[in-house]
Design a protein around this ligand. Structure first.
Ligand code: GLC
Ligand code: CA
Length: 471
């Protein structure tokens, strides 16, 4: 039966261990704290957690710069704590997906250190080098305005290295069979510790050809099948949820015609057009995006989302649509990012208007696919635009009206808790909302229950019902 594939009817909750719950008063969330909140998550009704990177990292990109793939960053606990956590989640019927960030490492990773130090080291070829500055070094940046180039000079190696993202994130040479074998080993390791799959970071870049002479990078889709086969052999119900903001015509390349590649992909097309529709009160962009992303193999699934930990990327809309979304939801420059997106949380984008929030969530929970919600959105948490770039929407979870929202006993949380104003923890927190039957938290709990009772939303077909457009 295809309709009982777990990921087709999951409700996925994305959280970052460092900002969820601090158990030891050092101002940083940790696995022990997260363990204490598993019953909250169970009560909310979610069935899977997507855990953002927690591996050892200098933390210059919120953990998306890994320096040891096989360890837990000591700030968050130990491998033992991690296993306690996956076990606790399993006991409550909650699956755990973790981020797999293998397009690049941190420049502090021992592999990179070895690669730059010794040209004869086997690790040299694990990265992408060039003796001379490549002609296209100033193209293809993922963070325009912040990131200056995609190639930087390394004085120690006396060579240039490629980095699709920030300069402290050297790209791995993912075409190297040894690197591919290492990626499988990393996946195998975490599966053994209790995870049910991976949110694979930056997939188009992972599978792309890379190098100073590569004029037009090409995706090597067969790599996706290679990853999936390994997972399936090791543990049949393990999945990959791909982060690939690509055009609909390549979707099937990612899923595979027979569903032999990625199990899930985030639906960036629907995401952007949903906001275009909300901004214009015109459903047509959304309908178009739904139709464009309709084809998929029976075993494949979309991850539907409103906001995530990154900016709301509007790069695939027309200029006019993008301006309209900016005008409606992020009118001032400090709310926008990378010349293409919005860095706010959902609630402030919708002016905290309960009816609009319910409309947005009703869509999220009924569109074809599996809903992915972001921690704190069940409370209508806000953002802190004083924090740089995407950090504004990564503030600690607001549990109660105790100091620092009950997130930590420390006087100095590592990331400030939102305080004061309409979104401060004094008003917006789980403890208050749990007591009010009509709170957003309880409303979200009910819609999650509804979604689980209507599994055909997850695996069924859909048709657009014609309606009269009223303008
Ligand atoms: C992905 C992540 C983002 C991160 C980047 C580099 O786009 O979502 O947060 O900065 O990859 O790993
Ligand atoms: Ca802590």
């Amino acid at each position: 039966m295809i309709d009982d594939l777990w990921y087709k009817n999951a409700v996925i909750y994305c959280l970052s261990v460092g900002t969820y719950m601090d158990s030891n008063g050092d101002g940083i969330g940790d696995f022990k704290g997260l363990m204490r909140r598993l019953d909250y998550l169970h009560g909310l009704g979610i069935t899977a957690i997507w855990l953002m990177p927690f591996q050892v990292s200098p933390n210059r990109d919120d953990g998306y710069d890994v320096s040891d793939y096989y360890g837990v960053d000591p700030r968050y606990g130990t491998l033992g704590d991690f296993v306690e956590f996956t076990h606790g989640a399993k006991q409550r019927g909650i699956r755990v997906l973790i981020d797999l960030v293998v397009n690049h490492t941190s420049n502090q990773h021992p592999w990179f250190k070895e690669a730059r130090r010794d040209p004869n080291s086997k690790y040299r070829d694990w990265y992408i080098w060039s003796k001379k500055k490549p002609p296209r070094a100033n193209q293809g940046m993922v963070f325009p305005g912040v990131q200056k180039s995609t190639w930087s000079h390394d004085p120690e190696a006396k060579a240039w290295y490629f980095h699709r993202f920030y300069d402290f994130q050297p790209d791995l040479n993912t075409s190297n069979p040894e690197v591919q074998a290492e990626i499988l080993k990393i996946m195998g390791f975490w599966i053994q510790l209790g995870v049910s799959g991976f949110r694979m970071d930056a997939v188009p870049f992972v599978i792309s050809t890379k190098g100073a002479n590569v004029r037009k990078p090409e995706e090597q889709y067969d790599m996706l099948r290679f990853f999936r086969e390994f997972l399936q052999w090791r543990q049949g119900d393990c999945i990959v949820l791909a982060e690939a903001n690509v055009l609909p015509e390549t979707d099937m390349e990612y899923f595979g015609k027979d569903g032999e590649r990625m199990h899930m992909m985030f639906n960036f097309q629907v995401n952007q057009n949903l906001f275009a529709a909300l901004a214009s009160a015109d459903t047509r962009p959304l309908i178009k995006a739904m139709k464009a992303t309709k084809p998929r193999p029976a075993t494949a699934q979309w991850g539907v989302f409103l906001r995530n930990h990154d900016e709301l990327d509007l790069g695939r809309l027309s200029n006019q649509q993008r301006e309209q979304v900016f005008a409606a939801f992020a009118p001032t420059p400090d709310m926008q990012l990378y010349n293409r997106g919005i860095r706010r949380r959902l609630a402030p984008m919708l002016d905290g208007d309960r009816r609009r929030l319910e409309l947005a969530y009703s869509l999220l929970f009924t569109l074809p696919g599996t809903p992915v919600i972001r921690y704190g959105d069940e409370l209508g948490m806000g953002d802190d635009l004083k924090l740089p770039e995407r950090n504004c929407a990564r503030t600690p979870m607001q549990w109660s009206n105790e100091p620092h929202g009950g997130f930590t006993q420390s006087d100095k949380p590592h990331v400030p808790v939102i305080s004061g104003g309409p979104y401060g923890y004094e008003h917006i927190n789980a403890a208050i909302q749990r007591r009010h039957p009509d709170s957003l938290l309880n409303w979200t709990e009910r819609i999650i229950r509804m979604r689980k009772e209507v599994p055909e939303v997850g695996w069924g077909d859909f048709a657009i019902i014609p309606r009269l457009h009223v303008y």
